[in-house]
Design a protein around this ligand. Structure first.
Ligand SMILES: C[S@@+](CC[C@H](N)C(=O)[O-])C[C@H]1O[C@@H](n2cnc3c(N)ncnc32)[C@H](O)[C@@H]1O
Length: 480
C-alpha cells in the first residue's frame, strides 16, 4: 500500500517536473513508463530511491546535465526543408508585405521557435532570398542535440525530401554521396540559440528587440493548456506591433483549450495558408476556417491540406521493416485501447503500404504521447535508417539505449551505423552491448513489448545480430 502510494507520488512529481521543464502534459499518456524510466535512472545513478533522484532533479537548473538529457529524450524533432507548403506560402506573402526596401527599415526579423534541427530556419532564408527580402532568422530549440545539427548545417537526403532538387542545388552544396551543407550567402543571417518557450523570449537585433514574424510550427501540440498559454504570451510579448504568428497547417487554436491567461489571437488567411495577429477578439471554434477574414490582395484559397503526404516506395531495407511491421501489428493487439498501440498499428499499415514517411509521423505522434516508449524509438530508428536518415536514426536508437541500456536491438542497429561510418571503436562497444543485451533479454520474449514480440516471432533477427556481433568482434579484436 505504502509502496504503491509512493509510486503514485513519484509519477505525479515526475509529470510536474516534465511539464515545468518542457510544457508537455504527459500525465494521462505515459505514467507507467515514466515510473520505469525514473526507476532505471535513479538506480543507474546510485540513488537509494527514485524520489531522491527526483528531489535532486528538482533542485537542478533544467539546463544541467541530467535534466537536459531527459529533455533531449522527451522532445521529438521530425522536420524537413520546405515542410508545410501552405504555411510557407503564407510566410512568403508576409515577407513581401513586411519588407519595404524604400524606407531602409532593415531586415524582417523572424524567430523560428522550436526549430528542431534547423531546416525550418534555412527554409525561411531561402524564401527570403527568392523574394529579395533581407531577413534575420533566429532558430531556437530546447533540445541541445537538435541545435548541434542545426549549427553544423549538414543534412542528409531525408532532410531534403520535400525540397525541389533545383532549390537544393542552388542553396546547398553536396559534401559526399549522402550529405549536403548550407554554406551559401543566403544563410549569413541565420542563427541558432538554446531557448525554452516557457522562458522569457529572445530579443531580435532591432532596437526595440521585437520580432516581425514568429514561426512556431508543430511545437505546442503536446503542451498542457497552462504551458500553451504561457508560450503564446511569451511569443506575443516580443512581437512587433505589425507582427504575425504562424503555426502549422494542422494546428488551430481554440480559446476553450487555452484558458483565460492566453493572449487573444486573430486568425487571418494569407497567401494560401493562415496566420495570426494579436487582437481583441477571441479566436476559435466559433470562427470557422471558411469564414476567416483575409487580408486585401490575397486570393481566397482552398483550405490547406494537413500535410504534404509524400509517398515513398523506395525503401532500401524492407526485409527488416516487414518484420517490424508484423511485430508492431501483433503488439497492438497486446495493449488494446492504448493510443500508442493504435498509432503503432497505423504506422505498421503505412509501412505495409510502403509509405514510410507517414509511418514516421505516426511514430512521432506516438512518442509525443509517450516519449518513454522504447519500441517506438526503435521503430522510428529503423524507419529513418531505411530512409537514409542515418543521423536521425542513430539519435532514435540512442534514446532507446538511454531508456534501456542493454536493449540488444537498439545496440545492434547502432553498431551497424557506426560500422558503416567507419567508427570501429564505437561499433565495437555497440556490438559488445548487443551481445550483453542478447544474453540478458529473456527467452521466450516478453509479450508486452513490440520489438521483443517481433523478435519472439522472428528469431532470425536475434540470430543475425549475434552472428554479426561475433564476426565483427572477432575481426576487430584480433586486429587490435
Ligand atoms: C516536431 S518539432 C517541429 C520542428 C519544426 N518547427 C517543424 O515544424 O518542422 C518540435 C520541436 O519543438 C521543440 N520543443 C518542444 N518543447 C519546447 C520548448 N518548451 N521550448 C522550445 N522548444 C521546444 C522540440 O525540441 C522540437 O525540436
Amino acid at each position: 500500500m505504502a509502496r504503491s502510494s509512493s509510486r503514485r507520488e513519484m509519477i505525479s512529481r515526475a509529470c510536474d517536473l516534465i511539464e515545468d521543464w518542457t510544457g508537455f502534459a504527459l500525465r494521462e499518456t505515459a505514467p507507467r513508463r515514466i515510473a520505469e524510466t525514473f526507476d532505471e535512472r535513479s538506480r543507474r545513478l546510485g540513488y537509494d530511491h527514485p524520489l531522491d533522484y527526483l528531489e535532486e532533479l528538482r533542485h537542478l537548473p533544467p539546463t544541467a546535465d541530467e535534466p537536459q538529457r531527459l529533455v533531449n529524450l522527451i522532445t521529438n524533432g521530425l522536420t524537413a526543408f520546405w515542410r508545410d507548403k501552405p504555411q510557407l506560402s503564407a510566410l512568403r506573402s508576409l515577407l513581401n508585405h513586411l519588407y519595404d526596401p524604400h524606407y531602409a527599415l532593415g531586415p524582417v526579423y523572424v524567430w523560428c521557435a522550436g526549430v528542431s534541427t534547423g531546416e525550418e530556419a534555412y527554409t525561411v532564408a531561402i524564401l527570403a532570398d527568392e523574394e529579395d527580402v533581407d531577413v534575420h532568422v533566429l532558430g531556437t530549440d530546447i533540445n541541445t542535440d537538435f541545435l548541434a545539427t542545426a549549427q553544423s548545417g549538414t543534412y542528409d537526403e531525408w532532410s531534403l525530401r520535400r525540397m525541389p532538387s533545383s532549390r537544393r542545388d542552388t542553396y546547398l552544396r553536396r559534401i559526399d554521396d549522402r550529405r549536403w551543407t548550407t554554406d551559401h550567402s543566403a544563410f549569413d543571417d541565420v542563427h541558432f540559440k538554446h531557448h525554452n518557450l516557457l522562458s522569457p523570449p529572445p530579443s531580435s537585433p532591432h532596437p526595440d528587440g521585437r520580432w516581425d514574424i514568429v514561426l512556431c510550427r508543430n511545437v505546442l501540440i503536446y503542451f498542457s493548456q497552462k504551458a500553451t498559454s504561457r508560450a503564446l504570451r511569451n511569443m506575443t510579448d516580443q512581437l512587433a506591433d505589425e507582427g504575425y504568428l504562424i503555426f502549422g497547417s494542422s494546428e488551430q487554436l481554440h480559446p476553450e483549450d487555452l484558458g483565460p491567461d492566453a493572449p487573444h489571437l486573430r486568425p487571418i488567411r494569407r497567401g494560401g495558408g493562415f496566420v495570426y495577429r494579436p487582437g481583441r477578439r477571441r479566436t476559435g471554434a466559433t470562427i470557422e476556417p471558411g469564414h476567416w477574414p483575409h487580408e486585401s490582395g490575397d486570393p481566397f484559397p482552398a483550405l490547406p491540406p494537413i500535410e504534404d503526404r509524400t509517398r515513398r516506395a523506395d525503401s532500401p531495407d524492407f526485409s527488416t521493416l516487414a518484420d517490424v511491421s508484423t511485430l508492431a501489428e501483433t503488439t497492438s493487439n497486446v495493449d488494446d485501447g492504448d493510443t500508442v498501440a493504435e498509432l503503432l498499428r497505423t504506422a505498421a499499415e503505412h509501412i505495409d503500404d510502403g509509405d514510410l514517411e507517414l509511418a514516421a509521423h505516426c511514430l512521432e505522434a506516438a512518442l509525443g504521447y509517450d516519449p518513454f516508449h522504447v519500441e517506438s524509438h526503435c521503430l522510428m530508428g529503423t524507419i529513418l535508417h531505411s530512409l537514409g536518415a542515418t543521423e536521425r536514426a542513430a539519435e532514435a536508437f540512442q534514446k532507446a539505449l538511454f531508456l534501456v541500456p542493454d536493449h540488444w536491438y537498439a545496440a545492434h542497429r547502432t553498431a551497424i551505423i557506426h560500422e558503416a561510418r567507419g567508427d570501429i571503436a564505437s561499433a565495437r562497444r555497440a556490438f559488445r552491448r548487443t551481445l550483453r543485451g542478447l544474453e540478458i533479454s529473456p527467452d521466450p520474449l516478453d509479450a508486452t513489448s513490440v520489438l521483443r514480440h517481433i523478435a519472439g516471432q522472428s528469431f532470425r533477427l536475434r540470430r543475425q545480430a549475434k552472428r554479426q556481433a561475433h564476426a565483427f568482434l572477432q575481426l576487430h579484436d584480433n586486429a587490435s
